[in-house]
Design a protein around this ligand. Structure first.
Ligand code: ADP
Ligand code: GLC
Length: 650
């Protein structure tokens, strides 16, 4: 099943069918709102990538390297060590020669235009021995005023004071995207929301991200230069610049790894040819940066394949460096993407020792290495974003060929369902909406939002119509073949459909076709538009999420919180978060179907319509029940905190 599409988008990547996320982000066709999310504008294909040769043709390259390789012998050698300033701490890190003369060219011209205070060297670091120290104690890296900064629509979130009193732990989040800096899907939401809640639950949190050139200038301007050093990388024989730009916001410290040679594209994900070297560099640079800053966390929490090498580096090249004492957690947000490429190339870019390329770790088959697979083997704990998905991925149907590996490591695997950020998603304060509302007046105000949405999208303005929303990356994962199969039967004159998304061309074109064929009743917004997404959650009656697989899914949570009933397939997090509506006793949160079948999807939509048109009183009860349902991060963040404590029982 499924995998057909995998091959489609692969560029020239050679090898595997693996793929990075589609990168919906951005096509700005629709004029509209856009104001908010940067999300990433698509742009030039990009060139960068330093070692062109290295990629696919590695064999050649590689041999060239032998000499080189040894010079980065082992372990710590790799470590940053360096830079001139870091006094004390530095001692620990070996390797990198400070200013690295020659290599320099590698350095990104992109030196942060931002403020690079002469006093870059936070003399301070000696102060910071153990991991316990809090951000506040952190020396120099001054940041500017935190709060004030209002990213997107997030309306002020929660309180700043701790609400949970378990022992303090320090955690470094490492991942490839984070709202509002860069986001292509739910990973960006989680990287934004979870650290903030953990900060309130007595965690000292630092989020480490690539400093992509596509991060909106207003955030780039807020970043403060924190330091820089050079780091060797794999068998490249070169030293690579690692700049650290810092931004502190609402109790969370964001450290952006700067190197324009890798991060200058207009989109975080381009294709494996570029992405493999990029994330080999990023994962290593993230650990090296922690050593450099002498901020040694109790836990390194990595996300998806882009950061999956972190646990591997941690137990090999970095094991004798300060950060080597941290425990690691690897969270799978989407098993479909694994970071698979041929072994010589990954060996070239990582410089990892031979034992790592065995079947129990990175080795996928005779030809390929799999970065996620390696991370799963080396991580101290594995989590995924719902209980059902944690179980599903151990089966052949959902395991993406890693089911055996996951079953082998199942003793350290668990599911923790995602939540949503109540500051960012709050219909009572959401600045994007036509009319704000809460559970007490949703029945009056939701229709007004519906009419405003119909007007905005050029649909027939009639609050009596049943409006179904679909907000999604347009890929096979999301069950869009089922949707396109049933649209003709759904369009009955009393139903309107609003699609917001970008992705595979076949789906974009299908929805454009229906917009044209069903004028005034079907709207295809082929774009990435955060503010419009908020208005659809508020204005629609129901939201469709018929996914083929769904690790967690956030759109159904957003929808429920806005009083919009989800129509979902019972898989992954959809199954865990949406209780099927029971016509006999009125219980439940939405409409569900189990097998991946267009007829069953249509049946679920029809059940929803029937309830809406013939039993509005009961429908309205579910609207209010969904708004009252706790889909916040509180409980799940607590489970992560417990997991951290389990790993650090002192
Ligand atoms: P996934 O991570 O698989 O894409 P999720 O449901 O976990 O799916 O998260 C999707 C997130 O991206 C939600 O916050 C959703 O509102 C947002 N989103 C998806 N597509 C768009 C779009 N075209 N415009 C604005 N937001 C979008
Ligand atoms: C992935 C999954 C989605 C999940 C999100 C955040 O993109 O596809 O189901 O909600 O990550 O964890």
């Amino acid at each position: 099943m499924a995998k057909k599409k995998a091959s489609t988008k692969k560029p020239a990547a050679a090898v595997t069918a693996e793929q990075t996320k589609p990168a919906p982000a951005v096509k700005k066709e629709e004029p509209a709102a856009k104001k908010a999310e940067p999300a990433v504008k698509k742009e030039e294909p990009v060139a960068k990538k330093a070692e062109p040769a290295a990629k696919k043709e590695e064999p050649a390259a590689k041999k060239a390297e032998p000499a080189v390789k040894k010079e980065a012998p082992t372990a710590k050698a790799a470590e940053p060590a360096v830079k001139k300033e870091a006094p004390a701490a530095k001692a620990a890190e070996p390797a990198v020669k400070k200013e690295e003369p020659a290599a320099k060219k590698a350095k990104p011209a992109a030196k942060p235009a931002a403020k690079k205070p002469a006093a870059k060297k936070p003399a301070a670091k000696k102060a910071a021995p153990k991991a316990e120290k809090t951000v506040a104690e952190q020396p120099a890296p001054q940041v500017e005023e935190p709060k004030t900064e209002q990213p997107v629509q997030p309306v002020e979130s929660a309180p700043a004071q701790p609400v949970y009193t378990s022992p303090r732990r320090s955690v470094a989040f490492i991942g490839s995207e984070c709202h509002p800096f860069v986001k292509t899907g739910g990973l960006g939401d989680v990287m934004y929301a979870l650290p903030r809640v953990l900060a309130q639950q007595n965690c000292d949190v630092r989020v480490i991200l690539p400093r992509y050139a596509c991060i909106p200038q207003k955030y780039q301007d807020k970043m403060v230069y924190r330091g820089e050093f050079y780091m060797d990388l794999g068998q490249t024989g070169r030293s690579y610049y690692v700049g650290i730009m810092e931004y502190v916001w609402d109790g969370v410290v964001y450290d952006f790894i700067d190197n324009q040679e890798f991060f200058s594209a207009g989109n975080p994900y381009i294709g494996l040819v570029d992405d493999i070297p990029k994330y080999c560099y990023f994962s290593k640079a993230a650990l090296a940066a922690l050593n450099y800053m002498n901020w040694i966390p109790d836990i390194v929490h990595c996300h998806d394949w882009q950061a999956a090498l972190v646990p591997v580096y941690l137990r090999t090249l970095f094991k004798d460096s300060p950060v080597g004492r941290a425990k690691s957690v690897l969270t799978i947000h989407n098993l479909r993407f694994q970071g698979i490429y041929n072994i010589p190339t990954i060996r070239y870019w990582t410089g990892l020792p031979d034992e790592v390329f065995e079947m129990g770790a990175l080795k996928q088959d005779y030809v390929n290495a799999n970065m996620l697979k390696g991370g799963l083997a080396y991580a101290d704990r594995i989590t995924t974003v719902s209980n059902t998905y944690a179980w599903e991925i151990q089966t052949a149907e959902y395991g993406e060929k890693l089911q055996d590996h996951l079953r082998y490591h199942s003793y350290k695997l668990r599911g923790i369902v995602n939540g949503i950020d109540y500051g960012m998603w709050n219909p009572a304060t959401d600045p994007s909406l036509a009319v704000n509302y809460d559970i007490t007046n949703v029945l009056q105000h939701k229709p007004e939002n519906k009419r405003a949405l119909q007007q905005e999208l050029g649909l027939v303005q009639d609050e009596g119509k049943f409006v179904i929303g679909l907000i999604s990356r347009l890929t096979d994962q999301k069950g869009l073949d089922l949707v396109s199969a049933v649209i003709p039967q759904v369009m009955d004159g009393n139903t309107q459909v609003v699609v917001l998304g970008t992705g595979d061309k076949e789906y974009e074109d299908t929805f454009r076709y229906y917009e044209n064929a069903c004028k005034g009743m079907f709207s295809a917004c082929i774009q990435y538009d955060e503010a419009r997404a908020h208005r659809i959650y508020a204005g629609a009656d129901a939201l469709l999420v018929p996914s083929r697989f769904e690790p967690c899914g956030l759109t159904q949570l957003n929808a429920m919180h806005y009083g919009t009933l989800p129509i979902v397939r019972e898989t992954g997090g959809l199954k865990d978060t949406v209780e099927p509506y029971n016509v006999f006793n009125g219980a439940g949160n939405g409409f569900t179907f189990d097998r991946y079948d267009a007829g069953l999807l249509l049946d679920a939509i029809n059940r929803a319509k029937t309830e809406y048109f013939t039993s509005r009183y009961h429908w309205d009860e579910v609207v209010q029940r969904d708004m009252a349902k706790d889909v916040s991060w509180e409980n799940s963040a607590r489970q992560y905190k417990d997991l951290y404590l389990e790993l650090t029982p002192w």
